[in-house]
Design a protein around this ligand. Structure first.
Ligand code: KG4
Ligand code: ZN
Length: 339
């Protein structure tokens, strides 16, 4: 049989994403982002995100269809992020997906946002081996997940107990007046700084701490206090060293725990996804530690790591390929949908 042709809609946060895939081939990945509007507020404002999704939804779907050069009636299914995410934002995507599915008479697939962050890697590196360990790090989540079947069996191993990794990057960038989002700027400045200049704390790294959970709020406070002390003493803040040392503390814990989870579970593939997966030091250290542990590392290109519609289409395509049941038109958004 021919490979499934699926359109995917993602509206869990501030990007209105519509992707179209054929099997594991990416045909279109249209994204409209409201990030510039949120930048003025230093973070995502849910009400603004919902309104922006509403305005961008239909044009973005049309743009994706045009780019893919297909007609909506040729689709084998429509997939949509059902959760987790911002309730109002999710609702826009779910409503649009239901309307198109109903009008076109196509099966509807409500998918999990975290699972689709993992599945997107198939568009770049081919079918994901099962099991695969996944480290998902973004502004909204920081989780270790064990995927034994991407459509039905993704087990949470651990997660952050406070801030997400990306959130920590954004908050430290704010303290340093570097703008929003902070990750890319810190990544860039850190390249010129010394990661060993300041010994910032590694959260939950003690032998009695949970092996796979993360904590970044203590680190955030430690960095903020360190900067305050410098300023109070009338000294210059060595921004590059602070950026490098902070970033090292984050990626050290992330990679160490991810590799440990792989070893403990006997899993020899690790994928890293989410916006923070764009971080150059995270990629380099993960590569180094995976190589040493005999683990194959898979990281999609940055454009596929951040929220997009292609990842939803990728998982939808997998649902069709594996004959998973479609959702009914009663599908609703669930802001805290578990994997
Ligand atoms: O996945 P994403 O686009 O949106 C969600 O949060 O779901 O991730 C955005 C997050 C932001 O916190 C941003 O600062 C962070 O990813 N980020 C980075 C880098 N690029 C983006 N963090 C560290 N290094 C980067 N190069
Ligand atoms: Zn995400």
């Amino acid at each position: 049989a021919d490979e499934p042709l699926v359109l995917g809609i993602e509206t869990s946060c501030d990007e209105t994403g519509v992707g179209i895939v054929h099997g594991t081939t990416l045909l279109a990945d249209a994204v409209a982002s409201s990030v510039d509007t949120h930048a003025r507020f230093g973070g995502v404002v849910p009400e603004i995100a919902s309104r922006a999704h509403l305005e961008a939804m239909v044009p973005t779907i049309e743009r994706a269809l045009k780019t893919a050069g297909i007609s909506a009636k040729d689709l084998d299914g429509i997939a949509v992020t059902a959760g987790p995410g911002l309730a109002g934002a999710l609702l826009v995507g779910v409503s649009a997906a239901k309307a198109y599915a109903y009008a076109l008479g196509k099966p509807l697939y409500g998918v999990n946002h975290l699972a689709s962050h993992i599945c997107v890697d198939q568009l770049e590196h081919g079918k994901l081996p099962e099991p695969t360990m996944a480290l998902l790090v973004s502004g909204g989540h920081s989780s270790l997940l064990l995927s034994s079947d991407i459509t039905s069996d993704v087990r949470p191993m651990g997660a952050t107990i406070d801030d997400a990794a990306g959130e920590a990057f954004d908050k430290i960038a704010r303290v340093l007046d570097l703008g929003f989002p902070g990750g890319p700027v810190i990544d860039r400045l850190a390249k010129e700084g010394d990661p060993a200049a300041i010994a910032f704390p590694r959260g939950l790294s003690g032998s009695r701490d949970p092996a796979y959970d993360f904590s970044f709020s203590g680190l955030k406070t430690a960095v903020a206090r360190w900067i305050e002390a410098k300023r109070a003493a009338g000294e210059d803040v060595p921004v590059r060293d602070v950026a490098a040392s902070f970033q090292e503390a984050v990626v050290d814990v992330l990679t160490r725990k991810a590799v440990r989870a792989c070893k403990d579970e006997g899993v020899d593939h690790l994928m890293i996804g989410g916006g923070v997966a764009a971080n150059s030091r995270l990629r380099a250290l993960a590569q180094e530690r995976c190589e040493r542990a005999g683990i194959r590392l898979r990281v999609p290109r940055p454009g596929l790591c951040t929220d997009n519609g292609a990842m939803v289409a990728a998982l939808g395509s997998e649902m069709v390929a594996r004959n998973r049941p479609a959702s009914d038109l009663e599908l609703s958004a669930d802001s805290s949908l578990p994997v």
